[in-house]
Ligand binder design. Structure first.
Ligand code: 6R9
Length: 560
């Protein structure tokens, strides 16, 4: 058991005087709904709630977005974002986009990416944001799976869109062209399509341990979950400058990079370009970031830069959060000692649509734990029969259904959808965990073969499929190898076809093949050639668990 005994206690009254005991006690999801203006009407539009509403309520001049990328800096007020989303919406409508259509957005982390997503939602269509590093296969599989009809991209990324293999795709729009068109607001024009709470909002493709990525569809009702967790977990107040480092192609980037902060009228920072400790620290200093949401790998990268933080004034930061992978106590300790902040871990998944296990500001943090269930959420640790286990025992991490952010469906895959709900009244996460007497939950790993590298979900099957497409590869088994910086790194065990000789050059070629066709983050960092892969006797399936055990055994040998 990895239960930690040392606590960093609360910073009593430092910045947050909310009475969380009272909040936990009195919480009701109807309070979350009441935060939305749509609560008063039968219909909703999450894009309206996110942007237009604030303009209607008199905050049009407030800064909604700051964009910063290698010296380039732009800012947009809520009114400007509204006008821009109207502009995009007008063009989408001109191209015949209607309620329920799947419209993909394949753009780098720029204001146009955020605006495009919001415009799609505004006209009642379902937004399909794609991560900017995706290569041809990843793009094709996703758009094909849900028959996307329109794509918003740019002249660079379109090179990775194999249009001829995507029959449903009728229209491709380029931001360069959209931006060139004059903004022509027609008085009285309104592009907001009022939809039902159950209507589709956004579709995120995410990996599991088998098969291709699945399309997790969320409904507009999730806005209740977004707004209330933005208020209590992100702790957004009116003068906050909020920065989430994730791209909206990942669920953290859409829910907590876009919806939750803007629903709460925060000023949101969008940082373009790659990670660099210097750029990150200077961004915080320059824009006066107050709330910062990132991932353990990023924090570990900053930690590895030693005293660099001392060169910057980071005193604006008052609240820091983490998600996506286990947050090690060392990192919490580092942030506490060097940056003088606590890192608040949060646990949730693409499928859950919003935070479920959290550390509320000013509540006690137990390093090593992911926190406690959000008010209104009940966590259970279940055995293999679906019975609840006592405190301290490791089992399947489950959550009582339903809650507003919970996915609506897995696109075109009822069986997969049902597999999350095999025990009546519970959602099964696929994670293993234990819970202590105070309700703190301690992550113990995955219950399947899914890989988590730098907080990103990678399906071994997808990588294996790509590997065996290479002419030299006979068979492949892909696992997450424990790694200090990234949590896990993608490691492939392969056998070679006869006639091929192992060489550095060949392995590099295979690696680049996956990188070029699938994506950089899924490409194996290590490839090991074996004479034979371990397999089950009966079905001949590759035993990933055995490969993983081998790696863990090797790592332990090095340590001892
Ligand atoms: C939001 C997001 C979900 C999986 C999840 C778990 C892992 C997420 C974590 C964490 C340890 C945390 N995970 N948060 N593990 N501590 N605080 O990450 O969604 O990409 O769908 O990944 O990530 O294994 O099941 P997603």
């Amino acid at each position: 058991m990895s239960q930690a005994t040392t606590h960093i206690e609360t910073i009593e009254g430092e910045y947050n005087l909310n009475n969380y005991d009272e909040i936990r006690e009195n919480f009701d999801w109807s309070d979350a709904k009441a935060l939305l203006s749509a609560a008063k009407t039968g219909k909703i539009n999450a894009a309206y709630e996110t942007i237009d509403r604030h303009v209607d309520e008199g905050y049009g001049d407030k800064i909604a977005l700051h964009y910063i990328n290698e010296g380039e800096k732009r800012s947009y007020t809520f009114k400007e974002v509204k006008d821009q989303t109207d502009h995009y919406a007008r063009i989408l409508k001109r191209h015949g986009v209607t309620r329920g259509d799947r419209v993909f957005v394949f753009l780098p982390k720029t204001p146009e990416c955020y605006i495009a997503i919001l415009a799609v939602i505004k006209v009642g269509a379902i937004a399909g944001p794609l991560f900017e590093a995706f290569m041809e296969d990843a793009v094709r599989d996703r758009i094909n799976d849900c028959d996307g009809t329109l794509l918003i991209t740019d002249q660079q990324l379109v090179k990775r869109v194999p249009k001829k293999d995507i029959p449903s795709l009728e229209t491709t729009l380029f931001v360069e062209d959209i931006e060139k068109e004059p903004l022509q607001p027609v008085d009285g024009d309104d592009y907001v399509e009022w939809v039902d709470w159950e209507d589709g909002l956004i579709i995120h493709y995410t990996s599991g341990s088998t098969g291709k990525p699945k399309g997790v569809l969320h409904a507009h009702r999730a806005a209740q979950h977004h707004i209330v967790t933005g208020k209590w977990v992100l702790d957004i107040k009116d003068d906050d400058v909020y920065w989430c480092t994730s791209h909206p192609g990942w669920v953290t980037g859409s829910v907590y990079g876009l919806f939750a902060p803007l629903l709460n009228r925060a000023t949101v920072v969008i940082q373009g370009g790659r990670f660099s400790a210097e750029n990150w620290y200077s961004l915080i200093e320059e824009l006066g970031v107050t709330i910062w949401y990132s991932a353990p790998t990023a924090f570990r990268m900053l930690l590895s830069k030693g005293d660099l933080y001392k060169d910057y004034d980071l005193s604006s930061v008052r609240h820091v959060l983490s998600v996506g992978e286990p947050l090690n106590p060392e990192v919490i300790q580092w942030a506490w000692n060097s940056l003088n902040v606590r890192i608040h871990d949060t646990w949730w998944m693409t499928e859950t649509g919003g935070h479920l296990i959290v550390n509320l500001p000013a509540e006690k943090i137990k390093p090593g734990s992911m926190g406690r269930s959000f008010p209104g959420i009940q966590v259970g640790i279940l055995d293999e029969e679906g019975n609840e286990l006592p405190h301290g025992e490791v089992g399947q991490l489950a959550v009582r259904t339903p809650w507003p952010g919970l996915m609506k469906e897995i696109w075109g895959n009822q069986d997969k959808f049902k597999s999350y709900f095999q025990y009546k009244g519970w959602y099964i996460s696929g994670d293993l965990a234990l819970q202590d007497e105070e309700g703190y939950v301690f992550f113990q790993g995955r219950n399947d073969d899914m890989i988590n590298s730098a907080g990103e979900r990678i399906g071994p099957f997808e990588v294996e499929s790509k590997l065996i497409e290479h002419t030299a590869v006979e068979e492949a088994g892909v696992i997450g190898k424990p790694d200090e910086l990234r949590g896990e790194l993608v490691k492939a065990f392969i056998t070679l076809r006869s006639g091929y000789q192992e060489s550095e050059q060949l392995l590099e070629e295979i690696r680049l093949y996956v990188r070029k066709n699938l994506s950089a983050h899924a490409a194996p960092r290590e490839i090991e050639v074996m004479d034979e892969l371990p397999k089950t006797k009966i079905s001949g399936k590759i035993l990933r668990r055995q490969l993983k055990a081998l790696e863990i055994e090797r790592a332990n040998k090095v340590k001892n």
